[in-house]
Design a protein around this ligand. Sequence first.
Ligand code: HPA
Ligand code: ZN
Length: 382
Amino acid sequence: METYDGAPEPGGAPALSDAPLPTAEEANPEHAAKDRPAEDQTVTEAAADEPVVEQPVKLLPVAELHLHIEGTLEPELIFALAERNGIELPYADLDELRARYEFTDLQSFLDLYYANMAVLQTEQDFADMTRAYLERAAAAGVRHAEIMMDPQAHVSRGIPLETCVNGVASVLANSLAEFGVSTLLIAAFLRDLSEESALGVLEQLLAMNAPIAGIGLDSAEVGNPPAKFERLFARAKEAGLHRIAHAGEEGPPSYIIDALELLDVERIDHGIRCMEDPDLVEHLVAERVPLTVCPLSNVRLRAVDTLAEHPLPAMLAAGLNVSVNSDDPAYFGGYVDDNFVQLQTVLGLSEFDRVRLASNSIRSSFADDERKTELLAELGYS
Ligand code: HPA
Ligand code: ZN
């Protein structure tokens, strides 16, 4: 079978982490398209400030590597959970809630994101939210998802750690059978809280044998540099956990360097501001450091002015190991498929680049080699 990587390897298995990117001659989009499982999708909507263009878009099998499960709480589910739990929301109806989804920066989003978590009270609430995401993600072509949750955001409002972890984990345990999506859970720590708080929660997670594959670092970036969490990440590494961190979303390129050097992270979430530092770009390319880019998020949080000005094409051209992810899809105008549709519609992203983004996502995941091989084969690599 032909592959995007050129000559097939003996045994047919592609190199999983350091495989070279396909050259234009080696790429054969028609070939990949022919055994694609997902259905075609049609562009029907564009972001408010972007032109609407109808065109068919093929869904690719992808790994979603940057997703906050609390950011998948759709307005309808917020109202349903509020009613179930007898919580009075500060919005009269869905329209009034949706009217708040005009963000000026990361903090303006985080304020609403944390406030809406009030509706998550029981294990069932966390399970329902997780199930809703997986159902939607599967329809978007997601075949593997590494899902962040923010335990401190729940513990701090009196929800037991077991409630949130077990609620999410109970659904993830059956995600492959139920939705065809393999999953891993990542505990993300809030960088605007103290390292002591994070260490305390991490120790509790370890003590309860929580099914977490790794830790992440999120929330308000500027003023909360990676150096603040060196002990947390050292402890996670000692415990055998994977490590990722948001860096270079609103924060400077130096936060990306520090996350790599001080926290020994394996992936950078966002990372778009690396483009301001050519030496850093050279390093990230040489090391094939994965950057989990979230285009619609960047537009909604004003990290970039418009999608047309998003640095993703330049990042691809520079040879960076980028993938496309949805971050907080209920708040930012769409899931992974919506991101791909917009990228194709607004930026004219080619099928060659979309296949490259999909293969980057699979190769950069923490899935085992067998699962990566399976998903790369679905994408047309053998
Ligand atoms: N950035 C930082 N922290 C977050 C985000 C984000 O986009 N979403 C949820 N927590
Ligand atoms: Zn994020």
